[in-house]
Ligand binder design. Structure first.
Ligand code: DHB
Ligand code: FE
Length: 282
């Protein structure tokens, strides 16, 4: 049986990817950011997951305003690294797990989540920056990845409640896959940030701290956060936090926190990172 062994959430700031690609991790500005992932890199080297179901948002790289799937699941063998304007990041292509991905697509759609099936797409910083933070420099990612792209770019994005329920459905889907696989679920993006308009640069540490607390203690409180509240409290891009709720829904009721990190500044964004483990393994 496949089982979900852990969940990871992290911000996915593109400037972190640029700093990493230019080997600036030890500089004064960036050392505190990368320092928050040292424990995580050692942890994941021991955990050795087979597959990551990676909930992130595409930033108009694979999709555009011409076509905006609410939830899209990658069923391809391989994903190229997107060119976001400065050439593709110098990191390896991402290998998929088409068999598990197709199983997830079937299970989720029969479970009434109308996923868009994607057989070809490039993956952007929302997916590759978290991989770099967790696995560091490598010629080949040591894990297969099932990209799960969520629309948070064009209104209306899905609710946090819907994302949480999608996570629960992913848990059921993984548990019904016959092969013995160590699966992690990740959610990327957030925390508070606003990249545009008169409130550009907004950071809300109190909101972020409470969100980190509630990921462990009271996820039901997070499920109730409305679009309006995300916008008001966490800025226009804080809505990326709904991807964290996919991870949380996938872990089951009770979780143990293994690692928590929060740091400001990193570009325009409050960087947050959690590693959680389900209290009872599936
Ligand atoms: C930044 C953060 C993001 O999540 C993103 O997608 C783009 C930019 C930033 O902080 O600069
Ligand atoms: Fe983003």
């Amino acid at each position: 049986m496949a089982r979900i062994t852990a969940g990871v959430t992290t911000s996915h700031v593109p400037a972190i990817g640029a700093a990493f690609d230019q080997a600036l991790e030890d500089t004064e500005y960036w050392a505190p950011v990368f320092g928050g992932y040292k424990w995580s890199q050692e942890w994941i080297a021991h955990e050795r997951p087979d597959v990551i179901v990676l909930a992130y948002n595409d930033h108009a790289s694979a999709f555009s305003l011409e076509m905006i799937p609410t939830f899209a699941i990658g069923c391809a063998d391989e994903y190229r690294v997107a060119d976001e304007g400065f050439g593709p990041r110098p990191v390896p292509n991402v290998m998929g797990h088409p068999d598990l991905a197709c199983h997830l697509a079937q299970s989720l759609i029969l479970d009434e989540f109308d996923m868009t099936v994607v057989n070809q797409m490039d993956v952007d910083h929302g997916l590759t920056v978290p991989l770099s933070l967790m696995f560091g420099r490598t010629d080949r990612w040591p894990v297969k990845v099932i990209p799960l792209a969520v629309n948070v770019v064009q209104y209306p994005p899905p609710t946090g409640e819907r994302c949480f329920k999608l996570g629960q459905a992913i848990r059921r889907a993984v548990a019904s896959y016959d092969e013995d696989l160590n699966v992690q679920v990740w959610g990327t993006g957030g925390m508070s940030h606003q990249l545009q308009g008169t409130r550009a640069g907004l950071i809300n540490k109190e909101f972020d701290d409470a969100f980190l607390d509630n990921m462990v203690e009271n996820p039901d409180a997070l499920r109730r956060i409305s679009h309006f509240e995300y916008l008001r409290e966490s800025g226009s891009e804080g809505i990326e936090l709904v991807m964290w709720l996919i991870m949380r829904g996938a872990l089951g009721d009770d979780v143990t926190m293994l690692h928590r990190f929060y740091h400001v500044p990193a570009s325009n964004t409050a960087v947050g990172h959690l590693i959680l483990k389900p209290s009872t393994r599936e």
